[in-house]
Design a protein around this ligand. Structure first.
Ligand SMILES: C[S@@+](CC[C@H](N)C(=O)[O-])C[C@H]1O[C@@H](n2cnc3c(N)ncnc32)[C@H](O)[C@@H]1O
Length: 267
């Protein structure tokens, strides 16, 4: 696992309370993950998530993934855990606006210590956010603790690809993204297995590179004004961020970063 010192939850909360978080939403939409709705559909299908069941979204942000599950997948009840107050407030309002607040609730907490009761949910869900969590062993243990026996852990995440990054590349990437570390597919398989979960799927979705290229195109060819506005029209910051996105594009094309998809069942 590639790691970076001095990066943790506080830095992530700062991102999602401010301009950087708004920039990610500009590029990706309300579903701040690679592949948007198509990725959510793919995950729900591969995980065999059942209509009428209840789940917990770890790092739910404003809850777009939960709204997808309730609206399109017939999920009875979702609980979203997120540690950034701004996102939780916005998420609650969006659920009210869409008339889904009776089925979706939010808890402001660290996913490593959710405070939710043990063996109480059918599944834990996550989309491209666990890369922000420093203590991945504690997070996976918490996910396994709160699902019932036979329950499912289903998530996508940014993970290191089959070609390892150099130390310098990892430092630059983690610093820009505010990730404290980056797991690879085997790291997650090991953690899930250690928590009495059988890994059914651990695969590369193949979506990462084309989506990063799409975001670069959007910001350079269509949304430049909107991005600059979020950045108080600071051209230097804009150029810096665009350069880092190009760097991520280079890593992606070399298979150094991928979107992983994982499904595991609790024994
Ligand atoms: C990329 S966004 C999540 C996107 C969301 N899953 C979606 O698909 O729309 C990352 C979120 O993770 C949350 N987060 C990061 N570390 C966390 C932690 N340890 N506990 C709870 N939330 C965390 C941040 O507050 C932020 O809202």
């Amino acid at each position: 696992m590639k790691t970076l010192d001095n990066m943790g939850l506080q830095q992530v909360q700062t991102v999602y309370s401010g301009a950087e978080g708004r920039l990610w939403e500009l590029l990706m939409g309300q579903q701040i993950h690679i592949g948007g709705l198509s990725s959510s559909l793919d995950l729900a299908q591969k995980a065999g998530i059942k209509p009428g069941s209840s789940g917990v979204d770890f790092c739910c942000c404003t809850g777009a993934g939960m709204r997808f599950l309730v609206r399109f997948w017939g999920i009875a009840e979702m609980t979203g855990i997120d540690a950034t107050e701004t996102m939780v407030k916005l998420g609650k309002q969006r659920c009210i606006d869409e008339g889904l607040d009776d089925k979706i609730r939010f808890v402001l907490a660290d996913v490593c210590n959710s405070g939710l009761p043990a063996t109480s949910f059918d599944f834990v869900w996550g989309e491209d956010a666990w890369c922000y969590v420093e203590n991945k062993p504690a997070m996976i243990a918490e996910a396994a603790r709160i699902i019932r026996p036979g329950g499912t852990i289903a998530f996508t995440d940014w993970v290191e690809g089959p070609t390892p990054m150099t130390d310098a590349e990892a430092k630059r990437f983690l610093t820009f993204m505010k990730f404290p570390n980056l797991a690879n597919v085997d790291d997650y398989k090991t953690l899930l297995t250690k928590n009495n979960c059988k890994v059914m799927t651990a695969e590369n979705t193949g979506r990462y590179t084309s989506c990063i290229e799409l975001y670069i195109q959007m910001v350079s060819q269509q949304l430049t004004y909107d991005a600059l506005k979020i950045l108080n029209f600071d051209q230097a910051i804009f150029e810096g961020l665009a350069g880092e996105m190009m760097f991520i594009g280079d890593l992606a094309r070399q298979n150094k970063i991928i979107q992983g998809l994982f499904v595991a069942g609790k024994g």
